[in-house]
Design a protein around this ligand. Structure first.
Ligand SMILES: Cc1cc2nc3c(=O)[nH]c(=O)nc-3n(C[C@H](O)[C@H](O)[C@H](O)COP(=O)(O)OP(=O)(O)OC[C@H]3O[C@@H](n4cnc5c(N)ncnc54)[C@H](O)[C@@H]3O)c2cc1C
Length: 434
């Protein structure tokens, strides 16, 4: 089977997204063309790899970043731009699994993750246009779980930024009849994700990291020093960080068994003008409770970026926008006459528990991925704590490593065949409201 890295995109080319149409893409960086040596080699130049590189440079370590395509080419340059400040599971869930103290440490890390994006955008990436606020809409009429979670946050997590909303509250923000309640999180926010990752790559280079593009790592020879094989030469490093999320396959079996690639798709409408206020009444992002999540937000020029799943195979459908447009109009019938000017897709990594997989594959090969739709913030954090671990401070890496992430049934062998079955079941469940 063709791996996600080459399955749906032209090599080295950014997808025809609204983001690529509104960003200044730098010239291509060279590929590896001779044997090289570094303290740390990083596979993947998205948020995970670039934040790891920035942190490693603070510790004075030499860093080479290798990307099969371009820096920011992966999910980091094409996602929904929603910057969460929590995990995919609530604190009550986490406390029941890992205990109150660890859950509190995890909460602090997730808050730090959101703060990293906010601060970097403010200081170094104004074109990423960070804006605060994510609303989360629930279809179910029973709002007791939301109230219990927010009550719990009120008691134990000061400054959490979350407000519980009833039907009137959510509909005052999102003009759709579909939602019966939800939350508004003002610690979360939204950005132009490609401008953010391009600025991160530039900052990593300024800090002294060297980025090679068009360089796939095809094999690792493990040992006290690791050798990374690429078509143009070998890179030898004392430590390796695997930062390929949904695109990386075949370099670490433990990772492949736990991080499953899935696709998500986004359509950008033409500018909506006054109609924009009939969709979202504030400049916040939004997502919802369906398993096959819908997510949307407005751009500065009042386009609606509407994202969700459009197929259940690893191959993009020929008509990416058709199913998405249907989902958008189901949510917002007022947009029936609006067309998409851009549609694109990308691959992300999900795990069984929808929590990130951050682990040591061997003592000197660390890996992180499977952020399950929360990677805009959590990927950078995972990169930072992996770099800390490489530099000898493993405490926060070990905390993230306590997130429960079992392998998928039948591990890495069965993902392609199981994915359509699993997704069909969850879609049916959404449609039936069970
Ligand atoms: C359409 C879409 C919408 C999304 N929306 C959101 C959202 O709104 N909020 C949110 O939090 N998350 C969202 N996500 C997920 C989020 O984008 C990712 O979790 C995050 O970008 C992961 O960053 P990363 O650096 O780990 O991986 P990526 O950005 O995917 O980068 C991985 C890089 O590794 C490289 N690579 C892989 N294998 C190799 C190899 N063998 N050799 C060399 N290079 C290799 C790839 O070329 C790629 O550039 C979305 C994802 C998609 C696709």
């Amino acid at each position: 089977m063709t791996p996600p890295l080459y399955r749906n995109d032209a090599p080295g080319q950014f997808p025809a997204s609204w983001y690529a149409a509104t960003a200044t893409i730098p010239d291509r960086r060279p590929a590896v063309s001779s044997d090289l040596r570094a303290d740390v080699a990083i596979v993947g130049a998205g948020y995970t790899g670039l934040h790891a590189a920035l942190e490693l440079r603070k510790h004075g370590l030499s860093v080479i970043v290798l990307d099969a395509h371009r820096a920011g080419w992966g999910a980091s340059g094409r996602n929904g731009g929603q910057v969460g400040s929590d995990f995919n599971k609530g604190q009550l869930w986490l406390e029941a699994r890992v205990g109150r103290d660890t859950a509190k440490s995890l909460w602090s890390l997730a808050q730090e993750a959101a703060g990293m994006v906010r601060d970097f955008c403010t200081l170094a990436a104004p074109l990423a246009q960070y804006k605060p606020g994510i609303a989360w809409g629930q279809y179910d009429t029973d709002l007791s779980d939301i109230r219990a979670e927010v009550d719990h946050l009120d008691r134990h997590y000061p400054g959490h930024g979350m407000t519980a909303l009833d039907r009137d509250g959510i509909q005052a923000l999102i003009r759709s009849e579909k939602y019966n309640g939800g939350t508004l999180n003002m610690q979360a926010g939204h950005i132009h994700p490609l401008n953010y990752v391009l600025a991160l790559a530039a900052a990593a280079e300024t800090a002294g990291a060297v980025i090679y593009e068009g360089t796939e790592v095809t094999r690792l020879d493990t040992g006290g020093r690791v050798t990374l094989h690429t078509p143009g030469g070998r890179v030898t490093a004392d430590h390796v960080i695997l930062a390929g999320n949904g695109y990386i396959r075949g370099l670490a079996t433990a990772n492949d068994a736990r991080v499953m690639p899935i696709n998500s798709f986004i359509g950008a409408t033409e500018p909506l003008g006054d109609l924009a206020e009939e969709v979202l009444t504030q400049d916040i992002a939004a997502c919802d409770s369906s398993f096959v999540v819908n997510y949307f937000r407005l751009t500065a020029d009042k386009r609606l970026l509407f994202g969700g799943r459009a197929n259940y195979s690893l191959t993009f459908p020929a008509d990416m926008g058709g199913e998405l447009h249907k989902r958008m109009v189901e949510m917002f019938p007022q947009l029936a006459g609006t067309r998409f000017s851009h549609t694109w897709g990308g691959t992300l990594g999900v795990t069984m528990t929808r929590l990130p997989y951050v682990r040591a594959i061997t003592p000197n090969i660390l890996s992180a991925g499977g952020y399950s739709g929360h990677g805009v913030a959590l990927a950078g954090l995972a990169g930072r704590v992996m770099a800390e671990a490489v530099a000898g401070q493993a405490g926060r890496f070990d905390t993230l490593g306590q997130l429960p992430v079992p392998p998928f049934p039948l591990g890495h062998y069965a993902q392609e065949t199981m994915l359509p079955l699993a997704m069909t079941w969850f879609t049916l469940r959404d449609n039936l409201g069970i």
